[in-house]
Structure formats: C-alpha cells, structure tokens
Design a protein around this ligand. Structure first.
Ligand code: DGL
Length: 234
C-alpha cells in the first residue's frame, strides 16, 4: 500500500501548482493528477452539483489504487471534503484560502481575498473568515476567472489587462490571498500590478506539509525507489 500513488484533483489545471509543492516536498511519492475538465467550472455550480463531481473524481482516483487524496481545489474542499471523509475510509487533505497567515502578517493595509463565488458563500469559508478577519479583508468572488485561466493556460499574459481591471478596484492592498488554485497562475501579473512589496498567499506549500504529516501519521510514506506521475482528464 505504501507504494501506491497519491491522488490529486481539481476541476482543471489549478491543482498543478499544488502537485508541484507536493512533489517538491515528497519526491519519493507517486502521484495521479486528475483534471475534471467536464465538470469545470466548479465555482459557479450549486453545492449538490459540486459534491457529485467531486465524488466522481474520487471514484476515478480510487480506480487508480490511490492511498490518499489531495483535494487541490478550494471550492471542492469547502463544499465537499466533509462528506468525502464520512464516506471513504482514507486520508483526504484539502486546500483553503490562506486568510490566517494574511491576517497575521498584514498589519497596515487591506487584504484582498480572491476566490470563486461558491467558496465565498460556503459556511466553512465564512467560519474561517470570522476567526481571522481583521476588519481589513475584502472578499472578492470572481465569476468566470478560473475558466479564463483554464482556457488561456498557455498564454496567461493575454489576461494581463483584464486582471489589471479587476485589481484597479481595490486600493491600499498589502496582501492578496489566492483562494482558488487556478489564480496561483496570476502571481506574476498581480506582483507587477501592486509592486514587489505585495504579499501573496496561496495554500499549496501548506497542503504539501499537511500531506506529509498525514502520510506519516498513517504510516503511508513510500519507500525509496521508483515513482511515477500520471495525468488523467475526465
Ligand atoms: N481551482 C478551483 C478552486 O480552487 C476552482 C476552479 C473552478 O471554478 O472550477 O477553487
């Protein structure tokens, strides 16, 4: 079982950044990355629809014999991870908007939280926010942005003007929380807009650290040796 791969899924390419962080920290592990392109976008779907898609992703990864699953999508984590943990007897690691480090580190200016409409309306996210909102957080759901990133992944630069138009609406920003894994691909554009001093937060390294801890706790770390990465699209 320890040599079995770890499943990682998202609605598309967003979770690739999460996969990279996991690979950097756990280089002896094998991974199956699943992009649910037929379910994309999750961020404007109802909770029931997202739960159905997420369950389909999990079943597809179970067919690959995975030993643990990373839900590399803020929307899927907020909507569906509790139900997955109830239904399946295996470790799940999710990703959530990194509002905690942003609240602790941004003492002067505002924190802009970019996320999908579905994540913004979830009780799980609202409860996280209520614990860490320092009164300077702006919650900014982005309808359609994840899809644009998905379709322009080979030419993210072509989205620059559109992203600048979004960012122009927010003033005195000290930190930006990327609360959707797709938005991590916008880091350079966001830094160019606000300048080098801007603090940008995403959950990818945190997920990798949590995954490592969960594998250790469950005695599931792979032995040294051959490993692989497989990509699957449904
Ligand atoms: N990448 C997903 C997230 O982190 C959402 C993308 C989508 O709307 O499908 O929220």
């Amino acid at each position: 079982m320890n040599d079995a791969p770890i499943g990682v899924f998202d609605s598309g390419v967003g979770g690739i950044g999460t996969l990279k962080s996991c690979l950097d920290l756990l280089d002896g592990e094998s991974f199956v990355y699943l992009a649910d392109r037929s379910g994309m976008p999750y961020g404007t779907k109802s909770g029931d629809e997202i739960e159905k898609r997420v369950d389909e992703c999990v079943r597809s990864l179970l067919d690959e014999g995975v030993k643990a699953i990373v839900v590399a999508c803020n929307t899927a984590t907020n909507v569906g991870i509790a139900a997955l943990r109830k239904k399946y007897d295996m470790p799940f690691v999710g990703v959530e908007p990194a509002v905690k480090p942003a609240a602790l580190e941004c003492k002067r200016g505002n924190v802009l939280v970019l996320l999908t409409p579905a994540t913004a309306s979830q009780a799980k996210f609202l409860s996280l926010l209520s614990r860490f909102d320092n009164g300077r957080m702006t919650i900014a759901p982005q309808r359609g942005l994840a899809e644009k990133i998905e379709t322009h992944i080979d030419d993210i630069e072509s989205l620059r003007c559109e992203i600048y138009d979004v960012l122009r609406r927010y003033r005195n920003v000290e930190g930006v929380v990327l609360g959707c894994t797709h938005y991590v691909f916008l880091k350079d554009i966001i830094r160019d807009f606000y300048g080098e001093k801007i603090k940008i937060y995403d959950g990818n390294d945190g997920v990798a650290r949590r995954l490592k801890a969960v594998l250790e706790e469950n005695d599931l770390l792979a032995a040294e040796g051959k490993h692989f990465i497989k990509f699957k699209v449904i």
